[in-house]
Ligand binder design. Structure first.
Ligand code: HEC
Length: 156
């Protein structure tokens, strides 16, 4: 008798539809996640950088940056590293002065510490001191002088 076939076919259709719905839900969820502002706890926002910028701190920060960040954020922080295009969302442009003026040092410290997909967390990879050094370097990217760019050059 044909009692066996129709149910499996129905079941397949049902599973197929369910799968499609699941994919749609995931896509919508993923799109939503993308443009969310970073939610930084208040205690981080108000943190002050314990370090003052100096040539030696910036040059050690540049070294860390070249090893850990430049592949995504680009040598000068423009978000154009060799790996950048493989990531969604794209790595932020750290040279955008308007954008960077809206974040505190504590927020940048938090972003480096916690990361957010696809950006990894550096809580364990880097010491607090190294993360604060990077905050100074990140700040320097959006400063107009250009003197503190890792390459020492102004943008073309
Ligand atoms: C795997 C690629 C990747 C690496 C490595 C990476 N980042 Fe990011 N970073 C991103 C992406 C992508 C974003 C945007 C994330 C978002 O908005 O959700 C981001 C955002 C940021 C932001 C926030 C800027 C803003 O306005 O949204 C800062 C600051 C930052 N990264 C600094 C660093 C530093 C410093 C390092 C190295 C210690 C680093 N990143 C390593 C991909 C990366």
């Amino acid at each position: 008798m044909s009692t066996n076939r129709p149910p499996t076919l129905k079941l397949r259709k049902f599973l197929f539809a369910a799968l499609l719905i699941l994919i749609c839900v995931l896509i919508v969820h993923w799109l939503n996640e993308q443009n969310k502002p970073w939610i930084v706890p208040q205690e981080f926002k108000s943190l002050k950088n314990p370090l003052l910028p100096s040539e030696s701190i910036l040059s050690s920060a540049r070294q860390i940056y070249a090893d850990e960040c430049a592949q995504c954020h680009g040598e000068r922080g423009q978000g154009d590293g060799p790996e950048a295009r493989t990531h969604t969302p794209l790595p932020a442009d750290l040279t955008d002065a308007k954008r960077m003026a809206t974040v505190t040092d504590g927020e940048i410290f938090y972003q480096i510490t916690e990361g957010r997909r696809p950006m990894p967390s550096f809580k364990r990879r880097l010491t607090q001191d190294q993360r604060w050094q990077l905050v100074l370097l990140v700040r320097s990217f959006s400063q107009p002088s250009g003197q503190t760019n890792p390459s020492g050059n102004k943008q073309p």
